[in-house]
Design a protein around this ligand. Sequence first.
Ligand code: SF4
Ligand code: SF4
Length: 461
Amino acid sequence: MPNMRMDKNPMPSQDPNVRNKNFEEVALGYTEEQAIDEAERCLNCKNHPCMDGCPVQISIPEFIQKIVEKDFEGAYQVINRSSSLPAVCGRVCPQERQCESKCVRGIKGEAVGIGRLERFVADWHNKNVTAAPEKPQPNGHKCAVIGCGPSGLACASDLAKKGYDVTIYEALHTPGGVLAYGIPEFRLPKAIVQKEVDGLKALGVKIETNVVIGKSITVDELFDEFGYESVFIGSGAGLPRFMNIPGENLNGVYSANEFLTRINLMKAFKEGSKTPIERPKKAVIVGGGNVAMDAARSAKRLGADVTIVYRRSMEELPARKEEVEHAIEEGIIFKLLNNPIEIVGEEGRVKAVRCQEMELSEPDESGRRSPVPVEGKINEIEADCFIVSIGTSPNPLIKSTTDGLDANNRGCLVADENGATTREGVFAGGDAVTGAATVILAMGAGKKAAAAMDEYIQSKQ
Ligand code: SF4
Ligand code: SF4
């Protein structure tokens, strides 16, 4: 008999007043008992609507039933058929908008905690199974992958499993892409990313760090001099947008990307780190997405009083509900319906942020309400740090150094649904194609492209 309790098992977490002073993981994960209890809430629906909400079509009821049977490794093997990064997706997937949004238990009560169960299974596997995966038989063909983020990791993993000789070229000194430089330790411990990377290396994938494709080596050279038969571009969307308001050149202004990279990748929060960061006393973050929440919560952990400024209301805030709740619990202030119009400086440093009060217009034809300024309503927030988190776009370097690659007017590479770009043999996926999106969508694109690259290479034999 399924467990018909309405609520999902709560996630054990660090106390908000303790965790807002450290960088350790906030959510602690289910125990075996909690995982089994939560798994028993699943009705094992024949038509499994939850799977329609998962971009990589994990066989959700199947893995959950394995948990009920206490076959945790069996559950892992079910997930592993479709996902290369379960420990990551179980933590950072916006489950409430994907698989869990389709779960029938969500009609009267809370959906089954699919993401939490996925995380439990992946963590159980990582803790208890140490045997390296078997190396596949080489098939004699070579592929290159540009970028070691979620799409590149997924693409490389699937190609390696088919026997390809795969090399990933990563511009930074550490593999993981946005998983390493973007998402903070307190949401995604870097040891987990490293474990996924180690799994890939065990399959025979080579990773060359500090190689900027388009500068150190061009895409043409990958084909002509290195002999790769197909190339995947998963270089992400790491180019930050700014607001173009007065004061953006002052000391103390950061893009969220730079701020998070200094903290996550360069460990600037640790004493003696070679890459320093000034510990702000009063930080203002503009933006309402997950990256804004990450920057705000990181600034809080550096000891700052933190205010998030967002030009719409709480209802329109695009960040995950869970992240917003965590931010509020940790003492972050939300100044909604406001938009920065000037960063006020003193002796070259940020002193305050001047904001325009906004209101939402009547809904337009699509039902969307736009923020419009309220005349004469200007206010100032005292600050010594201003972090811009209003989106990113793909870096144009690869496109500008590769003939035949088309991009759209947002700088995103043009590719079909299987990742084939406008240049023969070159495939692309993830944020480089869609603009900044989610880890799981990027991973799904990497997997699709790996299948298409295999088909492309085999069709030429
Ligand atoms: Fe849900 Fe994401 Fe896991 Fe798919 S990968 S089942 S969407 S948590
Ligand atoms: Fe289980 Fe919900 Fe999926 Fe049904 S929809 S199989 S209850 S997770």
